[in-house]
Design a protein around this ligand. Structure first.
Ligand SMILES: Nc1ncnc2c1ncn2[C@@H]1O[C@H](COP(=O)(O)OP(=O)(O)OP(=O)(O)O)[C@@H](O)[C@H]1O
Ligand SMILES: [Mg+2]
Length: 320
């Protein structure tokens, strides 16, 4: 069952730029003919380079922005027409800015949200206890939001977005600026929430470790177009980035020659060979072992960063 549906959605902005005395108007198509559906309980990574249209999509999904064309259904309703109704069913975190009240202690912000969303006292207390424990918020509840560190505030923001039991949560760069420990903790928390509550999560991030840790599905957007939609494994193989064979020989030798792989670097007795993803490594290894004094060997898969860099550089059309 799909909880989010986009059909041929576009959003254009008119951007005015000024050179000297001349003003020119230009239309930017931030999102261009975008279609996708998301099922209940899915955790989808929504990635793309700066200016690709990610935040614009999220804003349309919350109803803050009205599409210039196409149709959107979230939890069965049109977000821009039923923004208030939808607000109870979704949670949003924009990592770049807080939704909490700057001067209020965290717990007072939470209390305001309880009233705003009409959450029962019992349910609020129950959720608060869970989030305080999982996000380690105990010492922070009495601290005004302005005094919290970035990572502390983000934990507060995430709790705030989830206190009313939303079915769908949009997270726009929730780990931006956080240290490794805080990132790991946040990922664990989100995985737990998804598992316990079947919350649907759309996660926008520039940190591909977030995607690896959380998302069974990833969508790549570029210039407002969807350029990939599938699994992370599929993303890796779709770009057929070469794999690397790291060969340790018994001695320093000139670059070795074998069929089907090319030496790209020699570092003493260690040589690096690249070979296509489509080729099996086994015959290469057999060839090297038969011809050279092979001592050890590892195969390095292309990093997800290198795969995505290739997609951004050379997007392939998506077939739905
Ligand atoms: N309110 C606006 N007025 C004019 N142009 C806008 C507005 N909001 C977004 N844009 C333009 O739309 C395009 C997409 O912006 P968007 O913020 O959706 O990108 P993004 O994928 O979230 O990028 P980032 O990774 O930098 O956050 C950009 O070219 C941006 O300049
Ligand atoms: Mg953005």
């Amino acid at each position: 069952m799909s909880v989010i549906q986009l059909e041929n959605v576009s959003r254009a902005f008119t951007v005015t730029s000024r050179t000297g005395l001349r003003r020119t108007k230009r239309e930017v198509r931030a999102v261009d003919n975008l279609s996708f559906t998301v099922g209940r309980g899915e955790v989808v990574g929504y990635i793309g380079p700066n200016g690709a249209g990610k935040s614009t999509t999220i804003k349309m999904l919350t109803g803050i922005l009205v599409p210039s064309g196409g149709s959107i259904r979230v939890a069965g309703v049109d977000p821009s027409r039923n923004r208030m109704k939808l607000a109870k069913r979704i949670g949003v975190v924009f990592g770049q800015r807080t939704t909490l009240w700057w001067d209020l202690p965290l717990k007072d912000s939470f209390a305001v949200l309880q009233k705003m969303y009409g959450v029962s006292r019992a349910r609020h207390a129950e959720n608060l206890a869970t989030f305080v424990e999982l996000l380690d918020l105990g010492d922070l509840l009495d601290v005004p939001v302005r005094q919290l560190s970035l990572g502390q505030r983000m934990r507060g923001d995430i709790a705030a977005a989830l206190l009313h039991d939303p079915e769908i949560v949009y997270l726009d760069e929730p780990t931006i600026g956080l240290d490794i420990i805080s990132k790991a903790r946040l990922r664990e928390f989100l995985a737990q929430v998804n598992k316990d509550r079947q919350t649907t999560i759309i996660l926008t991030t520039h940190d591909l470790d977030d995607i690896e840790a959380l998302c069974s599905r990833v969508m790549v957007i570029d210039h407002g177009h969807k350029v990939y939609d599938g699994t992370l494994t599929g993303l890796r193989s779709s770009q057929s980035a070469p794999r690397t064979l790291v060969v340790d020989l018994a001695a320093s030798l000139p670059p070795i020659t074998i069929d089907g792989a090319t030496v790209t670097k020699v570092d003493g007795p260690r040589q690096y060979l690249t070979f296509p993803t489509t080729t099996s490594a086994a015959p290469l290894v057999a060839q090297i072992a038969a011809t050279y004094p092979l001592q050890d060997l590892t195969i390095a898969e292309p990093t997800i960063e290198s795969v995505i860099a290739r997609i951004y550089a050379n997007p392939a059309p998506v077939t739905d």
